[in-house]
Design a protein around this ligand. Structure first.
Ligand code: DP6
Length: 320
């Protein structure tokens, strides 16, 4: 009755922002992401008869805040009348700061819980269950370049290209640690209800997905860079124009964008993307990672840098 799974966060190049069904947590738009390698969450789940309630530790410290969302995920994976569980999460990067910790957490939790409950689930089932917990988590079930597509009643995930078929490096410039002011779940609803740009965003997403899919297929870095930056800035424009406005950027975020622009002016193949937080993810080919890292390290306000390649999808740890 136990399982341990590891999953890596993913970074969306074509973003998920907005829900078409809040209760089922179904996204309004499809998305395309890359799964990272060096950042990870390891989840250990033990179902134990006789326990009164689920318990959770995150990096060995008890955590009550995240527990209801994790318990609800266990109910969906292992049924409501399951035994209570001890959940232990280990995460090697800052949590809830726009680095997609919920993606790796819920992907790992889903895989670990399915094993602990003795269920053998397909990739589609795992993605659907992880996605109900957190939309972006569905993409961390797979590795490399992943597309999430809306289907009639749900979602599907597909691998567009494996991690080693088009190796990328992602240089994450951390400009601020600590949890964000508005979580993405709430921010998406504020955007949907109040932003004048929201419906255009939903309407245009298919075209951005087509462009990115074709660029990945053709290994066309410049084309992927253009559409990814455009899609990211469109998503942030929705938030800026919401009421209340949501601006996740700080001054260092903006300086990092200028650094990326100056690298591009030196013909270094790199582009930026930013999620619901102030960190900047600079995506480049591995041969440029050292230059990109050095330039971002020198950028005023950058507190730390993490560099990652592309990795595989969520999986059970061998010992369990
Ligand atoms: C900006 O997956 O965290 O990172 O489904 O409400 O848990 P919920 O949202 P979440 O949102 C991710 C938003 C994003 C873009 C993306 O990853 O596609």
């Amino acid at each position: 009755m136990q399982g341990t799974a590891i999953a890596q966060p993913n970074i969306a190049l074509i973003k998920y922002w907005g829900k078409r069904d809040v209760a089922l947590n179904l996204p309004a738009v499809g998305s395309i992401s890359i799964t990272l390698r060096e950042l990870h969450t390891r989840m250990h789940v033990i179902f134990e008869d006789g326990l009164d309630a689920d318990t959770l530790t995150v990096n060995d410290a008890p955590d009550e805040n995240m527990l209801p969302r994790l318990s609800a995920c266990l109910d969906r994976v292992a049924d409501q009348d399951r035994p209570r569980a001890r959940i232990a999460s280990q995460c090697n990067f800052p949590i809830a700061a726009g680095l997609a910790s919920s993606a790796s957490s819920f992907a790992a939790l889903t895989v670990a819980a399915a094993h602990a409950a003795g269920k053998s689930l397909t990739t589609a089932e795992l993605a659907s269950l992880a996605g109900q917990a957190s939309g972006s988590a569905a993409r961390s079930i797979l590795g490399g370049f992943v597309e999430l597509t809306n289907t009639n009643g749900g979602i599907a995930v597909d691998s567009l290209c494996e991690a080693d078929e088009w190796p990328f490096a992602v240089v994450v410039a951390i400009t601020e640690t600590g949890p964000k002011a508005v979580g993405s779940t709430a921010a998406m609803e504020i955007s949907r209800k109040t932003s004048p740009f929201y419906s255009n965003w939903v309407d245009q997403q298919a075209a951005d997905l087509d462009t990115a899919r074709a660029a990945i297929h053709d290994r066309d870095f410049a084309r992927l860079a253009r559409v990814a930056e455009h899609n990211c800035l469109k998503m942030h424009s929705i938030m800026w124009a919401s009421r209340p406005p949501m601006v996740y950027w700080n001054a260092a975020t903006m300086r990092c964008l200028e650094t990326v622009r100056s690298l591009q002016a030196r013909d270094i193949g790199v582009f930026f993307t930013i999620d619901a937080g102030p960190q900047v993810k600079a995506v480049c080919l591995p041969e440029h990672a050292a230059d990109v890292e050095a330039a971002l390290r020198k950028t005023q306000g950058v507190e730390d840098i993490m560099v990652s390649g592309l990795g595989q999808g969520a999986r059970l740890e061998a010992a369990t």
